[in-house]
Design a protein around this ligand. Structure first.
Ligand code: LLP
Length: 415
């Protein structure tokens, strides 16, 4: 959480939010640059491993460019994300491309941009990449994304490492895959990777995963195959709730050193959420208040179209009111969208509110703006970066006429 009250006035870094709302129409996302840097250096200083920022968490060009300036590479899961990473200035040799559905032209595009590595998610894809390499007379650097069949003990919807999930190559097939890799002339095995899910807290889950990856390396070695790079995924949990502690990186560092004491390959991670979640706050205005049955509703201009996580995963995000008073009331905070699931908080105690007041939804820097939509023909929100006492709009609010202009009415319908 980055909002701090000084004499009851809300600030993010050196910017007074009560002033900002007079200048920028709500709803808008605000990111604290300092908070991103702190999260990055926390991981970096404790793990001392290379970081490939998983840009799906927040792919605003300013955010990618800033994380690039800190020294990270990028993990991209679509060719469109690759374009974002390149145009934010990330060196192609620091970009890893994975993803369960890469088209022929995506693969060609990635090869032509000379990115560091393409992670292969299936045997069919391996053959396809080799064939494309052959047609382009190229030797393509690949990694193997392994599905270690480990449950991350996180939400079902954000688990990726069980054998029933669509991601990665089944561990059992690794041995067979090794023989195949040796028979293919247009691929070069560089790495192995895994990612078992997001918002993981249990060290034991990482213990099992790393141990399985070590086993995977032994299988490769038994086929005289070596790698230069082992990528152990992302998924580090952050506390959305004051009662839960953030992920413990010192314990993770010990675990890595125990399992891989003297690696002759580079180890890296690809976190997304941990780097940006806490940096982001969504500022929204109360459009109206209402009382139905025994319930007090606050209807805000942000909703599931601006911030989908509560509606999609049923998860909690702390909400603060920018004004304070002594009367505390339980509210349901709901967006303006025509869906009953458009709820931002099912039960939150706040100072008594009135129409026109502002609320701050906390810890929304990851999987916030990137999952916003145009549902109900709402426009994507403004995004702002704050650095100390400076702020800059880093994404302009869309307008409805540009949305309408994208649609084409066929001539036989036009009058
Ligand atoms: N690597 C791969 C291959 C991934 O699929 C993901 C996230 C990451 C890294 C980064 O994971 P993180 O460090 O951010 O946990 N929309 C959901 C989260 C989906 C995560 C998808 N994959 C949410 O709002 O919770």
């Amino acid at each position: 959480m980055t909002v701090i009250f000084k004499n009851e006035v809300p600030y993010i870094e050196g910017i007074n939010l009560n002033e900002l709302v007079k200048l920028v129409p709500t709803p808008f996302y605000v990111y604290s640059q300092k908070s991103i840097a702190e999260a990055y250096f926390e991981i970096q200083n404790k793990l001392k491993k290379k970081i490939f920022y998983s840009i799906k968490a927040n792919s605003n060009q300013a955010v990618i460019a800033f994380i690039n300036s800190l020294g990270a590479g990028a993990d991209v899961v679509s060719i469109e994300e690759m374009q974002r990473a390149l145009s934010a200035g990330i060196n192609p040799n620091k970009i890893i491309y994975e993803g369960v559905g890469k088209s022929q032209s995506d693969i060609v595009n990635a090869i032509q941009n000379k990115i560091r590595q393409i992670n292969v998610e299936s045997i069919e894809e391996l053959l396809q990449i080799n064939a494309i390499g052959k047609s382009l007379s190229k030797n393509v650097n690949i990694g193997l994304r392994i599905n270690p069949d480990i449950d991350g003990n996180t939400l079902d919807k954000i688990s990726t490492g069980r054998k029933t999930d669509k991601f990665g190559i089944e561990f059992k097939q690794l041995s067979k895959l090794c023989s195949l890799i040796k028979s293919l002339n247009n691929i070069q095995l560089k790495g192995m990777s895994c990612h078992i899910g997001s918002q993981i807290f249990e060290l034991q889950v990482f213990n099992k995963t790393f141990t399985k990856m070590k086993e995977g390396l032994e299988i490769l070695n038994s086929h005289n195959l070596n790698i230069e790079h082992l990528n152990l995924g992302g998924g580090f949990g952050i506390s959305y709730d004051d009662n839960i502690k953030d992920f413990n990186f010192s314990d993770l560092a010990d675990l890595i050193n125990n399992i891989f004491p003297n690696p002759n390959f580079e180890i890296s991670f690809e976190p997304g959420r941990y780097l940006v979640a806490k940096a982001g706050t969504l500022i929204t205005k109360i459009i109206t208040t209402k009382h139905n049955d025994k319930t007090n509703f606050l209807i805000t201009d942000a909703g599931m179209h601006t911030f989908l996580r509560p509606a999609m995963y049923g998860v909690y995000h702390k909400i603060l009111s920018l004004n304070k008073n002594d009367k505390k009331i339980n509210y349901i905070v709901a967006g303006p969208i025509c869906e009953s699931s458009d709820i931002l908080s099912k039960n939150i105690k706040l100072s008594e509110q009135k129409t026109g007041n502002y609320l701050a939804i906390c810890d929304v820097g990851a999987y916030g703006a990137v999952m916003a939509s145009n549902y109900n023909s709402k426009c994507l929100p403004t995004e702002i970066m704050i650095c100390d006492k400076k702020y800059n709009i880093i994404r302009k609010q869309e307008n409805v006429s540009s949305l309408i202009q994208k649609d084409i009415v066929p001539h036989w319908i036009k009058n």
